[in-house]
Structure formats: C-alpha cells, structure tokens
Ligand binder design. Structure first.
Ligand SMILES: Nc1ncnc2c1ncn2[C@@H]1O[C@H](COP(=O)(O)OP(=O)(O)O)[C@@H](O)[C@H]1O
Ligand SMILES: O=P(O)(O)OC[C@H](O)CO
Length: 488
C-alpha cells in the first residue's frame, strides 16, 4: 500500500529529502549541505555531481531514518534552486563546467553586450524578466563561449530539476517544468513554450533544451538502481519559490509569501494573467496543472540567509545559524550599524550588478552582537523594499505576510519584520513549506492527495510592536545606506 510522498528540496545551501504521509505531515527529513566555490569576486559555482550525489545520499538515509519501504512511496516531487545552470555531455553524463549558481555575476559582460543591443523591452515583454546575469540564458552562453564550443550536438542544458530527473532516469528523460523554464530568459510566458526569437538572440540551439512539462504530472520513473530496486514515478518538478507559494496555500489571487533561504523571495499569486511590473519586479509562472495556469509577481533578493552563513563561515562569529537569535536579542539595537549585503550586487527592485556589500556606522563600541543584529535586520529591510514596490505596482495594500525558509526559524527576524512592515507576520509551524509544495504537486499527479486536502497548517503570529515614528527613522537610514552602497 502506498503511504508516502518523497519531496526532494535541492536548495542553494543544502539538499533535503523529506517524507510526507497521507495527512501531509513530515515523517522524516535527511539533509546535506552543498559546497559553493567563489572563483572570482561576485562569481558563485557548485559541483553538479555533488548536487546529484547529495540527492542520492539523502534518499538513502531517508529510508534508513524512517524505516519506510521504497514500494510504499507513491511519488517523488522535486523542488529546486532555480536558474542555476548545468551543461553536460549526454554521452558521458559529465558536466562540461561547474554549475553556475543563480547568484553568480560572471555573465555581467555578456549581459552588457545584450543591453547595448536594446533588447530589454522585448525580453521583458516575452519572459516577464529583466536582462540580468541572474537568469540562465547568459549562463549557457558563457559556458559555450568559455569552452569554445562549436558543436552542441552532444550537449544538454538543464536547471537543477532537469539535471536531477535526467540522472534519476539514467539519461532517459530530459524535461523541465514551466516554473523552472520561466526563469531562463528563453521561455515565452504567454505561450509557455521556448521562444524561437530568444533562442536565436542568445544563440542557443533548441536541441540542447529540455522539453517543457506541467508542474504536476508524471514525467518518468526513477531507475530502480537508485531506489533499492523499486520503480517510483516522478510526479512533480517545481522551482522552489513557486513551490513555497503552493505549500503556503497561496491559491488565490493577491495572496503573498516571503521566503528567507539563501536569498529572499517575495511572491504574490496574480491569477491567470502575468502582471508587467513598472517597478523592477518579475512576472513568472507559479504553476501549470493541466489547463490551470497561475502566474506570480516576484521580488528577488540575492543575499538573505547567506549573509548569516558568511558570518558563520567567513567571519567565524558563531558555530550555528541558530545562535544568531540569542546574539541579536542580547543587545537593544544595532548601535547605529547598517549592513547592505550586496555581495553579488542588488536584485529587485534595484537590479545593480556592479555594487558590492557595505557596512555603515561602525564605532569602537561596535561588536559582534551589533553586526549579527544588523545582518538579520537587513533581511527584513530588503523585504520591506519589495513589499513597498509591490504595493505601488498593484495599487493594493499588503495586509499581512506569510513567511518561511530556513531563516524564518529566527523569531527575532520575524518580529523585526512585523515591526518594520507594521503588519502581522505569520510563520507556518511546519517549516518545510517549500518541500510541502512539491509533495502536494507530486501527490496530486498520482491521486495520493486531492486539491481540497490543501489548507493552511498551524501558524505562529508576530504582531507589530513599535511606534510608527521610530520605524520611519530606521527605514530612512536603510534607504540612505542603499543609496550610498550604489554610489561607492
Ligand atoms: N535560525 C536562523 N537564523 C538566521 N538564519 C538562519 C537560521 N537558520 C538557517 N538560517 C539561514 O538560512 C539559510 C538556509 O535556509 P534554506 O531555506 O535551507 O536555504 P536554501 O533553500 O537556499 O538551501 C542559510 O543561509 C542559513 O544561514
Ligand atoms: O536556494 P534558495 O531557497 O534561496 O532559492 C534560490 C532561488 O530559487 C533562486 O531564484
């Protein structure tokens, strides 16, 4: 009898495999951190083979931990860091370069080349995106140019969903879902297919591209060799931010969620039509399930939880991200310190790929506690920047915010977010909402779950506690810091 769904959440910081039962409860979790390399300032790369091996290893330890049997699994859902680009040789199965991570700025010169051609309006109209190194197309171009590739016959491109499914099926299935495809700069979000004009523009041969499929639906079966001699359908592929929107039950137009993972991502469900932002937000596909197509308006922040990781690994301030909550609350304020974590430039709404991070307001009285607190506060200020432009874009007030992602475990952050936005913040008690989204979508594909089963879980509430005047003053300082960072 089928009792479970497995959700694989392949994020920028770690890979997780999570077992969900029929009631959408978590039965077991296994997790492995992923290494990042920084070959040059502003560049971020990962080893695509490490990503695949960590997935296999998380799947194995999930069974060991839970005692579940592979033949009790109804379906596997995959949710993933988006845009990260892998190009591999289909004969050898080996990547021809490291995976270029979404955060990486290494294609800035290529982006400049295209900007000079005046193609930004065309790209925005077709893809809902801005012309920026963030997205996959210029990353593919960079790899082809770097490796001086003349013949692409044996090469395949994929984002992480595609790479994992190709590996899981031993090279039989080369697909991507619409949500991931909508982050490449190559998908026309109106027709939901690869756009010939854009493929020509970026000089990317269609034979390298995966077939675009629905977000929920069986795309193939994991090869029994990777799954204890059992075959199991792969029932969903979905970008992690869209998955969190689904996992947070934002099924209606106007509903919003904010995720604090490696980066920060605010998404609003905009129903069956894409909104063309005037304020630097992105239009993206939220999901496609047969005839149902849903779009989202998105604000993307490049550095959110990864700032905490830098304090941990780069500056060695503490051993575990968890400690930051106690450190931050051990002081009453940041003592005038502001941090703008523009390690790889600034994403929405600024789209500045040249500026780099900055710390303001240092004195002899500054210590680790103030820097930690300022780092957490910067995650909330960046989200406020997005909420304000989203409200302006839509002429609509956002009345509350649902939050998730690794850093939403931090109650100081959630409280400060509520204070600085002056609206309630709701954190789902079940923190794995990204994985839940993919589990739901995979469960739908095989009839394990029904749509009416999907409701909000238990929520923890954070209400604004500070006076309006002090909030205004703090936010003004943040805006000055952002301006100064961009002028440096
Ligand atoms: N308690 C915490 N407080 C602040 N940041 C945290 C906390 N726990 C985890 N993080 C940060 O959250 C990020 C991991 O979140 P996660 O959602 O797993 O990321 P991803 O999906 O990008 O792999 C890391 O960058 C980590 O530094
Ligand atoms: O790894 P995350 O969870 O921060 O998400 C990465 C995003 O998908 C990048 O667009």
């Amino acid at each position: 009898m089928k009792k479970y769904i497995i959700s694989i959440d392949q994020g920028t910081t770690s890979t997780r495999a999570i077992l969900f039962d029929q009631q959408q409860n978590i039965v077991a979790v296994s997790q492995e951190e992923i290494h990042n390399s920084f070959p040059q300032p502003g560049w971020v790369e990962q080893d695509a083979n490490e990503i695949w091996l960590s997935t296999l290893s998380c799947l194995s330890s999930l069974f060991l931990k839970s005692g579940a049997q592979p033949d009790e699994v109804a379906s596997i859902g995959i949710t993933n860091q988006r845009e990260t680009t892998v190009v591999w040789n289909k004969k050898t199965g080996m990547p021809i370069h490291n995976a270029i991570v979404w955060q990486s700025r290494q294609t800035a010169a290529i982006v400049e080349r295209y900007k000079k051609m005046g193609v930004e309006p065309l790209i925005k109209e077709k893809t809902g995106l801005v012309l920026d190194p963030y997205f996959s197309a210029t990353k593919i171009r960079w790899i082809l140019e770097e490796k001086n590739i003349q013949n692409t016959e044996d090469l395949l491109f994929g984002t992480i969903d595609t790479w994992l499914v190709w590996k899981m099926t031993n090279g039989k299935v080369h697909v991507t879902d619409v949500t991931n495809a909508s982050r490449t700069l190559l998908l026309n979000i109106h027709t939901l297919d690869w756009d010939k004009e854009l493929l020509e523009l970026f000089d990317i041969p269609q034979n390298m591209l995966p077939q675009v499929v629905d977000t929920s639906g069986i795309v193939g079966y994991i090869d029994p060799i990777h799954f204890f001699n059992t075959s199991c359908p792969i029932g969903a592929m979905v970008g992690d931010q869209q998955s969190a929107l689904f996992g947070q039950s934002c099924f209606h137009k106007g509903e919003v969620k904010n995720t604090y993972g490696t980066g920060g991502f605010l998404l609003m469900n905009t129903g069956d039509t894409p909104i063309h932002s005037q304020k630097g937000l992105l239009s993206t596909v939220a999901w496609k399930i047969q005839d149902e197509v849903c779009y989202a308006l998105e604000g993307s922040i490049f550095v959110s939880g990864s700032l905490i990781q830098w304090l941990r690994d780069g500056l060695k301030f503490f051993k575990s991200a968890k400690e930051t909550e106690d450190i931050a609350t051990s002081v009453d304020s940041c003592n005038g310190v502001m941090i703008v974590p523009a390690f790889t430039g600034l994403g929405a709404p600024y789209w500045n790929d040249e500026c780099r991070g900055a710390i303001f307001g240092l004195t002899r009285g500054t210590d680790i506690r103030h820097l930690v607190r300022a780092s957490l506060e910067s995650m909330a200020y960046q989200s406020k920047d997005l909420i304000l432009v989203m409200e302006e874009d839509l002429h609509q007030k956002i009345t509350h915010l649902k939050v998730d992602g690794g850093a939403s475990a931090n109650c100081f952050l959630n409280q400060f977010q509520s204070d600085i936005l002056e609206i309630p913040v709701y954190k789902s008690v079940m923190t794995e909402t990204t994985a839940l989204g993919a589990a739901r979508l995979a469960g739908l594909a095989c009839g394990f779950y029904k749509r009416e089963d999907f409701k909000d879980g238990k929520l923890e509430e954070f209400l604004p506690q500070r006076d309006h005047e002090s909030i205004e003053k703090l936010y003004e300082k943040w805006k000055k810091a952002i301006q100064a960072t961009q002028m440096y």
